[in-house]
Design a protein around this ligand. Structure first.
Ligand SMILES: Cc1cc2nc3c(=O)[nH]c(=O)nc-3n(C[C@H](O)[C@H](O)[C@H](O)COP(=O)(O)OP(=O)(O)OC[C@H]3O[C@@H](n4cnc5c(N)ncnc54)[C@H](O)[C@@H]3O)c2cc1C
Length: 431
């Protein structure tokens, strides 16, 4: 029914048919199994499945066309990477996890995580990943809870790159306490009237669509705190929605915004699922979201280690390469071990998600570990470069600025520890 995306579609269809081989018992022969941290996007991870390896190699080809210099320019000029987004749309990757019926490839989070890690690891970092992130799993509520009419109307244009969507959940006055969202939607005939504000809404400068969570029943009137919120996927009507960019530390190529809306009329036909069920619907995709952010963080960690390893071999001080000093070598070696350890957790969490496990221990733990170890690797990469680590032309300062973000969003490390403390350790709820 919908146009296919040529080679990518054929490749991903073949991939779906393949079994995903598990590693134990597989004969490796003489294949080199260890990764080399200084190589650009090597695909020797011994635990990649065939489908993951195929995704890795295909994405590596695309991202190689967008070197670090491209991302430095986008970062410096605060410019959205339109051509990068266009190439991913053209090659059919924007629908990697979305159903085939609507033009997607219907692969798993295990493959999508490889894609996001590879993008970030190329030097595109979180700017590259965030420019398409919303496509990967953002519309999962539409897939799971939308009507057939909504899926046919909403999914193909997003997959084809014709629509750009942003995600409006966080509010200035609610923060991480999503159940206290204040923005309201009041039913009026065939429409809802929306009033309120959102903060940090990424890509709202260029998006024409928004997935937005608002309150349809006042907090005082609901029986359970998880009720009363509803989800809409609708046009971002700029005559009613004021979008103001927030100046921020990093990921400057991809904007984040304060949005304010007053008497914004939204068709009831754009409400996803039942009124009042929005929180449940948003939660559905949260674990996948955490795995993807974790994979993006990993990418930054590997990119930083690659640059540091290369610099450590090239830069000569006191008559020898600085990498010969254990003070340089050991922190980088330790970081590789830690990031690689995080990677195992990330891909375990992805596999469990694809196998239908719904609880969030591993997705949360993966996000925590990947964010923390990647940040440390980036910091060490900057320090290993000495003064040049502070210079934009060596790129590691950009990685470090971006590496702060997965530690904060979409959920902070404190909230992850709260979750593990309560759900895994069985301790009293602390918040
Ligand atoms: C660059 C960027 C892009 C973003 N993009 C989007 C987007 O596109 N869409 C969107 O909806 N949101 C987006 N966000 C928002 C992001 O998800 C939130 O910033 C994040 O969830 C943290 O919420 P907050 O900033 O309100 O922190 P707060 O809720 O104000 O928390 C502040 C601090 O207090 C700590 N804290 C709060 N309560 C507790 C507790 N009970 N126990 C322990 N610690 C606690 C937190 O861990 C945190 O460290 C983005 C954020 C950033 C920075």
């Amino acid at each position: 029914m919908y146009s296919s995306h040529g080679a990518t579609r054929a490749a991903t269809t073949a991939l779906r048919k393949q079994c995903r081989p598990t590693f134990p018992g597989r004969v490796l022969g003489s294949r080199r199994v260890h990764a080399r941290a200084y190589e650009f996007l090597q695909s020797n991870h011994p635990d990649f499945t065939e489908s993951q390896r195929t995704v890795r190699e295909a994405i590596a080809k695309i991202v190689s066309r967008f070197p670090d210099e491209y991302w430095l320019e986008k970062d410096s000029n605060h410019e959205f990477p339109h051509d990068f987004h266009r190439d991913f749309a053209r090659d059919g990757w924007l629908g990697i996890c979305l159903p085939q019926k609507y033009g997607g490839s219907e692969l798993g989070i295990s493959e999508a995580a490889v894609m996001m890690q590879t993008i970030s690891e190329s030097g595109a970092g979180l700017a590259g990943a965030s420019s398409i992130h919303m496509n990967i799993f953002g519309l999962e509520p539409v897939v799971k809870f939308g009507t057939e009419e909504q899926k046919e109307r909403m999914l193909p244009p997003l997959i084809q790159g014709k629509d750009r969507a942003c995600f409006g959940v966080t509010e200035p006055n609610a923060g991480l306490d999503t159940l206290k969202l204040q923005s309201q939607a009041r039913r009026d005939g065939d429409d809802y009237i929306l009033n309120g504000s959102k903060i940090w809404t990424s890509t709202a400068q260029t998006a024409n669509k928004i997935l937005i969570l608002v309150r349809t029943t006042p907090l005082e009137e609901i029986q359970k705190p998880t009720q009363g919120l509803s989800l809409f996927y609708t046009d971002l009507d700029r005559t009613k929605v004021q979008v103001t960019e927030i100046q921020k530390l990093g990921r400057a190529a991809v904007d984040s915004n304060l949005i304010f809306f007053e008497n914004w009329r939204v068709p009831a036909a754009d409400r996803i699922g039942k009124e009042g069920d929005g929180f449940k619907q948003i939660m559905h995709g949260m674990n996948a979201e955490r795995v993807l952010i974790a994979a993006e963080a990993l990418g930054l960690g590997y990119a930083a280690l690659r640059r540091a390893a290369i610099y450590g071999k090239e830069r000569v001080v006191f008559g020898r390469p600085i990498g010969k000093n254990q003070g340089i070598q050991h922190p980088l070696a330790e970081s590789w071990i830690k990031v690689e350890g995080a990677r195992l957790m990330v891909y375990l969490a992805a596999r469990l998600y694809d196998q239908g496990f719904e609880s969030g221990e591993y997705a949360n733990a993966a996000k925590y570990l990947a964010a923390e170890t990647a940040f440390e690797a980036c910091e060490r990469a900057v320090l290993s470069h000495g003064g040049m680590g502070y210079a934009k032309e060596y790129h590691v300062e950009r990685y470090l600025r971006e590496a702060m973000l997965p530690r904060i969003a979409p959920i902070s490390k404190e909230l992850i520890l709260n979750y593990i403390g309560e759900r895994v350790l069985g301790l009293p709820k602390s918040y």
